[in-house]
Design a binder for this molecule. Structure first.
Ligand SMILES: C[S@@+](CC[C@H](N)C(=O)[O-])C[C@H]1O[C@@H](n2cnc3c(N)ncnc32)[C@H](O)[C@@H]1O
Length: 581
């Protein structure tokens, strides 16, 4: 089997569609050779041509494998088959490839091993098209009654033990631990729990060792990871482990030897990388672990996403709810099906899902900008300590608007530090507004108060120049934090033999830091071009570049910030309690 062989399955028109869709996925997701590789992988179901073909290929492939790899493969296959059986029995989910009464053959099958085409790294299990699939075809339907949610967790562990206002991540983590470590073979969800990966199969950065994290030195992912680690530990202690908490209060339900911190980290590894927020529920929204649906890998180019709907047809509503997925486009037989986990940057993916993409249109790097307004006191104190601050501009002047700027920020509930996601070609308006304000001079205000200006728009050419130059400076500052250059990283990756010797985490880290540097360099180039094309680099606007106002003062960057970091914003959006400090 090869990609070319597949063309016998499709019409010329379909072939045209196929090649255009595979070029869309040239970022290592669904490209042609991955398609061919996926073909050589495997599924766990017994009947039908598709499975027979795959089994034949499978046995060929297994010939080259060690016996431990073979037995690992076998146990994965049997876990897949058991999951499908469980879903059919318990949820009446139709997953067969044969047509039945009123049911079309199920369009997908589980592959136990998929790989990223560009990096050749494993992406674990995935779902493949069993046959050609039309756009908008229904791909799956899983009843909510089989999902793990806050409701199922409270019901399982006791509604009196876990109060109604408890955070859904925390309570679902408890149910996951309960099913895997307390109930084990007796768990109702056993077939589902058995296909959930271990921590070392996912490797989100919050589970990395400090040695591995060192490979990310300079990257904002480290701070995000450390915050997350602290957060997980304190949530664990506050809910379960501290004196008088659940392990003490209800030792039968929360036995300490099962509700360990390791189990907690396993539960969160699975929650962060697999739980889905269903928004279209009868009663608002809910976070859910959805068996089978959570076997679908991520592509930032996919237009498909999972959501809930009420069961039954338009005439007879049955009162239940189910999770559904429609095809975002046509798929050819054997192609891997992807959904979008949302517009996530590589840093987010690495932190929560344990992988990053070589091509990601949503990629960004968090950059901190902090402009210290030069009040009289500040300038004096810095000049007094000039030895410690050699980079400080000796001609620094007091900014006559400094105090007004600080008061303005204070009234708006803002601090003088912004942490913003830097994309190669766009900047958040929040950052531009902040910088426009901080760069105001008496020539801009002409005596009017600062609050009379609209900072969502350009104030003056000189102000805009100062803004863009300070973004360049902040981005350069971020680049300087890395101990190695992009070229160093590229050389490490290029030496394939050596690169292979690094662990998965280390390889991910090197690729990631290189991609961050690439993005930051592109940002600088784009900004410099913009400054030129907008005519902002002319001499009489020089106050911008040489401005005493545009520099980040030593030690000022993180001091006294009130505002949340970009990570906290993301956790907030995910529904986690976010007060990390
Ligand atoms: C919802 S699960 C998808 C199924 C998963 N592959 C499995 O084996 O169970 C999400 C996890 O799949 C992997 N994954 C998903 N999309 C990926 C991609 N495009 N590249 C690499 N790994 C991916 C990551 O390990 C991620 O944490």
């Amino acid at each position: 089997f090869s990609f070319k062989a597949s063309s016998t399955l499709s019409t010329p028109h379909q072939q045209h569609q196929q090649s255009s869709s595979s070029s869309l996925f040239a970022g290592g997701e669904g490209g042609e050779s991955e398609w061919a590789k996926a073909l050589q992988e495997n599924t766990g179901q017994q009947s039908g041509l598709f499975d027979k073909e795959l089994q034949q290929l499978q046995s060929k492939k297994l010939q080259g494998l060690s016996s431990s790899a073979k037995s690992q493969q076998d146990s994965k296959l049997s876990a897949n088959a058991k999951l499908i059986q469980w879903l059919e029995q318990e949820g009446d989910v139709y997953l067969q490839d044969a047509s039945g009464w009123g049911e079309a053959p199920h369009p997908m099958a589980i592959s136990t091993e998929t790989v990223d085409e560009l990096t050749n790294e494993s992406s674990g299990r995935g779902l493949l098209a069993r046959r050609n699939i039309n756009q908008e075809e229904e791909l799956l339907k899983i009843p909510l009654s089989l999902c793990i949610t806050k409701k199922s967790a409270r019901k399982t562990l006791g509604t009196d033990v876990l109060p109604p206002n408890i955070n859904e991540y925390l309570v679902m983590a408890c149910q996951l631990i309960h099913e895997k470590y307390v109930m084990g073979d007796e768990s109702y969800y056993k077939s589902y729990i058995d296909v959930l990966p271990e921590v070392d199969e996912v490797n989100p950065t919050f589970t990395w060792s400090d040695d591995d994290l060192q490979f990310l030195d300079g990257s904002p992912v480290i701070a995000a990871t450390k915050s997350m680690q602290m957060k997980l530990k304190s949530e664990y202690n506050m809910l379960l482990a501290d004196e008088g908490k659940l392990c003490d209060q209800y030792p039968d339900i929360f036995p300490r030897d099962k509700f360990t911190y390791e189990a907690w980290v396993w539960a969160f590894t699975n929650l962060f990388s697999r739980a889905i927020r269903l928004r279209n529920m009868k009663q608002g929204e809910t976070l859910a672990m959805v068996p089978y649906a959570d076997l679908i890998n991520h592509s930032p180019y996919s237009g498909a996403y999972l959501d809930a709907r009420e069961t039954g047809d338009w005439l007879f509503k049955t009162g239940g709810e189910e999770v559904i997925l429609y095809a975002d486009r046509g798929y050819r037989r054997m192609e891997q099906i992807y959904i979008s986990y949302g517009p996530k940057s590589n840093a987010d993916l690495l932190l929560l899902y344990g992988f990053a993409l070589e091509r990601n249109p949503f990629n960004s790097v968090d950059v901190t900008v902090s402009i210290a307004p030069r009040t009289k006191e500040l300038v004096q104190s810095v000049l007094e300590n000039v030895k410690e601050n050699p980079e400080f501009d000796m001609n620094a002047e007091i900014d006559p608007l400094a105090q007004e700027k600080l008061d303005f920020l204070d009234r708006a509930g803002r601090s003088n530090t912004v942490d913003f996601p830097c994309y190669a070609d766009r900047y958040p308006t929040e950052m531009l507004e902040y910088l426009r304000l901080m760069m105001m001079t008496p020539e801009d205000t002409m005596g009017k108060p600062l609050r009379d200006f609209d900072y969502t728009r350009t104030i003056s050419a000189a102000n805009e120049a100062a803004v863009l130059y300070s973004v360049v400076e902040a981005v350069k500052g971020q680049l300087e934090r890395y101990p190695t250059t992009e070229e160093d990283d590229a050389a490490i990756i290029k030496d394939r033999g050596m690169f292979k010797l690094l662990s998965y985490n280390q390889r991910m880290a090197v690729r990631h830091r290189r991609n961050e540097k690439r993005l930051l360099k592109r940002t600088i180039a784009a900004l410099e071009k913009q400054i030129k094309t907008r005519g902002l680099d002319v001499e009489d606007l020089k106050r911008a570049e040489g401005s005493t106002l545009g520099t980040v003062l030593p030690g000022e960057e993180r001091r006294g910030q009130k505002q949340r970091t970009a990570l906290e914003d993301r956790l907030d959006k995910m529904g986690l309690p976010v007060d990390l400090r």
